[in-house]
Design a protein around this ligand. Structure first.
Ligand code: NAP
Length: 511
């Protein structure tokens, strides 16, 4: 009896290193690594030792005979992967992280952010150097996207924070929360107190649709919806009105499915997940019974991953349909195995009558080849006007328009910024000797939590190279002086840019 990797896999790869018989794939360096949504255990090679389950930070690895309910499909998903991709005959070459010989005086390195990219960076710096590390985050609690962006009904995924918390509690780490770089302290301030600064600031700007009516009340970015569910301080509890019947979500990536799932879930299943109290209360009182997820391309180009798609189809009491005609049905029927369209094969494909109110019961409608053209309503969203392959346009009555079309980096004052790609220009994470970047701020807003592991290793390697080459400038002032500075700036309310708040900075990053 073998083990299998299930829904909450974040491709962290701790299991790959733990496996004594190299039966978990795709491993780093193998074809497909980074593009599959989960890793897979080869049931023919697994020796049932359980080392992978012990190593997994999000409890995604389970014995096959313990898989039940929605997890049951993962025994087959693991097995089928090896039918398509036979396991390589040899193990990938091991990667030995570079390390820095202890210098006379320890390096002082600042990491800005506490999301997954920061977590992996701090862990890597602790392992590979003797550095003292200052961690800075503008929020009052650490976690970044794991704390405020991962859907609260994915508690296993959030568990990766526990492994980062071990690093944050390390005696060589000092954390400053509630301090905003650009508002409370500047890049220059940090650079003057550290040998190097690593920015793990993510991609905090929601992309905009640039359609008329986009700013009407009832229109909201998906990341703000998730922030609301996770008690993100900048999103007020009353930000979301769930008194309508239908929500339109634009974009069909994993974040769009997170939103759809939360809107349609039985609120009883969300209690105890860590969801914000105000969100749970609003969802209990919600009258939204239908969510329409709109993709501008066809089913073969849907951006969701199989595991998130499976999660919505497995929701009790929620009917999932594809709004479409014979042509869409044909695109689904003829899709090759492994295509996102093939996942839709068991769903009914039926034209939806948008003039009618959503019926009884909860329903998720997946609509393809359709993009929003305008949002209309007197005082708030009432109708989303969308393109339609056959009739030209259509009106979908809805009280919520949720834009889930990806995120975009925002500039950090004092650092270069590429407004088109939304990243801080870098080579292997190096912006310039002494200044580094990691995660979505380095490579753009794609990839799940585990993709940051290798990304952080690359950035730390660049930093170590510069340290070894003597390119880092020793700071004039020490840790205590920095702590005093940050306390003064955040406690007395002194601001570098009193009129610049997060929203204004985020606006600059919008496309
Ligand atoms: P995403 O995967 O990039 O999806 C964005 C969606 O928006 C796509 O459907 C895209 O369509 C559409 N879109 C973009 N611009 C548009 C426009 N102007 N008009 C209409 N549609 C537009 O973004 P995301 O869902 O925010 O996810 C970000 C990353 O986080 C992804 O890598 C995702 O896999 C990851 N993530 C992972 C998990 C998980 O593993 N559980 C959960 C959440 C997020 P096109 O494809 O046509 O461009």
């Amino acid at each position: 009896m073998a083990y299998a990797i299930t829904q909450s896999c974040c491709t962290d790869t701790a299991c790959v290193s733990a496996c004594p018989v190299n039966c978990i794939h795709p491993a780093p360096g193998e074809p497909g690594f980074g593009s599959t949504d989960i890793l897979h255990v080869d049931p023919g090679a697994c020796i049932d030792c359980g080392a992978c389950a012990d190593a997994c930070p999000v409890d995604a690895v389970l014995p096959v005979d313990q898989l039940s309910g929605p997890q049951a499909v993962y025994a087959e998903r693991n097995r089928q992967y090896f039918e398509r991709e036979p396991a390589p005959s040899s193990a990938p070459a091991p990667r030995f992280p570079r390390s820095l010989p202890a210098p006379a005086a320890a390096l002082r390195i600042a990491v800005v952010g506490t999301g997954p990219a920061a977590g992996y960076t701090v862990r890597s710096l602790l392992r590979c150097t003797d550095a003292e590390i200052t961690v800075i985050d503008r929020n009052p609690v650490p976690g970044g996207l794991i704390r405020f962006g991962v859907a609260p009904d994915h508690p296993a995924t959030k568990r990766i924070s526990d492994s980062f918390a071990v690093s944050y509690r390390h005696p060589r780490v000092r954390m400053h929360l509630g301090a905003d770089v650009g508002r409370d302290i500047s890049h220059q301030d940090i650079a003057e107190h550290h040998h190097a600064v690593v920015y793990a600031t993510g991609a905090d700007g929601a992309r905009t649709l640039d359609i008329p009516g986009e700013d009407l009340p009832g229109s909201i970015a998906a990341t703000d919806f998730l922030g609301w569910c996770n008690a993100l301080p900048r999103i007020p509890p009353a930000a979301i009105d769930l008194s309508g019947e239908r929500a339109v979500v634009v974009g069909n990536g994993n974040v769009a499915l997170d939103v759809a799932r939360l809107l349609l879930a039985d609120p009883g299943t969300l209690a105890g997940t860590g969801i914000a109290e105000h969100a749970l209360t609003a969802l209990r009182a919600s009258t939204v019974s239908e969510v329409v997820v709109i993709g501008r391309r066809g089913p073969a180009d849907a951006a969701y991953s199989p595991k998130e798609f499976l999660a919505v189809t497995q929701m009790p009491g929620v009917r999932v349909v594809v709004d479409g005609d014979a042509k869409v049905a044909d695109e689904i029927a003829t899709a090759g195995d492994g295509s996102p369209a093939a996942l839709l094969r068991d769903l009914p494909v039926e034209p939806v009558d948008w003039a009618a109110s959503p019926g009884t019961g909860r329903r998720l409608v997946l609509r393809f080849h359709s993009a929003p053209l305008a949002a209309r309503g007197s005082g708030r969203i009432e109708v989303v006007h969308v393109s339609d392959r056959h009739t030209g346009t259509r009106d979908i009555p809805a009280s919520l328009l949720i834009r889930s079309i990806g995120s975009h980096g925002v500039p950090v004052p004092g650092l270069p910024f590429d407004g088109d790609s939304g990243v801080i220009p870098n080579a292997g994470g190096r912006v310039s000797p002494g200044t580094y970047v990691v995660g979505w701020a380095k490579r753009g807003a794609t990839g799940g939590i585990g993709t940051n592991r290798d990304c952080a290793a690359e950035t730390v390697d660049s930093l170590i190279d510069d340290a070894a080459a003597g390119l880092l400038t020793a700071p004039d002032r020490g840790a205590r002086a920095f702590s005093r500075l940050i306390r003064r700036r955040t406690r007395t309310g002194t601001r570098l840019h009193p009129r610049r708040d997060h929203r204004q900075i985020a606006e600059q990053g919008r496309r």
